[in-house]
Design a protein around this ligand. Structure first.
Ligand code: SF4
Length: 360
């Protein structure tokens, strides 16, 4: 892994085909929504430059190949893509990895070109002076879905839980969502990736490289009854005393705060004394009578007992909701969650009810 320091302020974003500035981060944009994904990969033979596949309509795959970097550095550098894209005036870039949604204002959609986006990303990554850079932008639908499936596999391989919380001293915090949720913080551990899917390894590498400014180290401190002293201290400090206790592996008591980009939400079903897990694409009502969007509105940026935002990667954690009896308490999942968990744990799915197949 490269040890050099990457100062985000020194990244070259000067381009004249669109307006790019830090002040546009968090800008409210409505207009055309594009389904998108992001991937940075280390490759041996990289052809320097920009490659465009298809015409900009409703999908966009962003693949950046860089020579001379390992997988950990590649995953850390991925945080730069939203950082850069969100500086474009009239464009909003939400969620991560295969769940990215890009919103482009109608005014910008009229004039923006893939060539222009490609040049911006190429210039930014090239200014890191790490190695050769190849930016591939995929707008062709067939190719998009093929490459998205490949990106998904690469990201899943990067999610391996190699260390436990007990083996390390530091967790990481992320305050990226503070642009819209003041006082919000996510705590990321090797056994609890963030609700948007950022792993501890990615946060650690990004922090070490200084790639973005929203990740920071959290000294975990002593563990007492499922709570870490260092985590409580940090969350209390950042939330201005609004949240003083966090149990990282509980949805019922002192759950972690839920950021803007949760892939999944765990909710408690009181009459059955168990949990349901709903994914963002499920549009029907859950057993508690609320949709994903309705639950998200209630809990985003807050600590609400009985609810917690999580990522798909957390479903594989040995500490999954361990303070609430873990999988033994899960009674209902959506079809997408079911097809994810049946691949790695056949034993847990026996007693789980599945939501309607067609959620539209
Ligand atoms: S959900 Fe949490 S980890 Fe993800 S961007 Fe927001 S603050 Fe960071």
């Amino acid at each position: 892994m490269i040890e050099r320091f990457v100062d985000p302020k020194k990244i070259d974003l000067s381009i004249d085909c669109i307006e790019v500035d830090e002040s546009y981060i968090g800008e409210k944009v409505s207009g055309k929504n594009l389904k998108a994904f992001e991937l940075v990969e280390g490759k041996e033979n990289v052809k320097d430059g920009v490659e465009i596949i298809g015409k900009l309509e409703d999908v966009l795959g962003i693949i950046i190949e860089i020579s001379g970097i390992d997988d950990l550095t590649a995953s850390a550098l991925e945080s730069l893509i939203p950082e850069i894209m969100n500086r474009i005036k009239g464009l909003r870039y939400d969620f991560r990895k295969e769940n990215v949604v890009i919103t482009i204002s109608e005014e910008l959609f009229e004039k923006i070109t893939l060539d222009c986006i490609g040049k911006l990303l190429y210039k930014a990554f090239n200014s890191l002076k790490i190695g050769k850079v190849h930016v591939k932008l995929i707008a062709d639908r067939n190719r998009f879905y093929k490459e998205l499936a490949k990106a998904y596999k690469i990201h899943k391989n990067r999610e391996m839980f190699r260390v436990s919380e007990e083996e390390i001293e530091d967790f990481y915090g992320c305050i990226s969502c503070q642009v819209n949720l003041p006082n919000h913080v996510c705590i990321i551990t090797p056994e609890r990736p963030s609700p948007c899917g950022t792993t501890w390894r990615e946060a650690k590498a990004a922090n070490k490289l200084g790639i973005v400014e929203y990740y920071f180290k959290v000294e975990k401190g002593r563990k007492i009854n499922g709570e870490f002293e260092g985590v409580n201290k940090k969350v209390s400090e950042i939330s201005d005393g609004k949240v003083n206790r966090v149990k990282l592996h509980s949805a019922l008591s002192y759950p972690p705060l839920t950021g803007l980009y949760s892939e999944l939400i765990v909710f408690y079903i009181p009459e059955k004394d168990g949990f349901g897990i709903v994914d963002r694409s499920y549009k029907k009502k859950t057993p508690i009578g609320l949709t994903f969007d309705e639950i998200e509105k209630l809990i985003v940026g807050k600590q609400v007992e009985g609810f917690v935002g999580i990522s798909y990667a957390y479903l594989k954690s040995p500490k999954f909701l361990i303070d609430d009896k873990g999988w033994n308490k899960v009674l209902w999942v959506t079809p997408n969650v079911y097809s994810y968990i049946r691949n790695f744990n056949k034993a847990i799915i026996k007693n789980i009810e599945i939501g309607f197949e067609n959620s539209k």
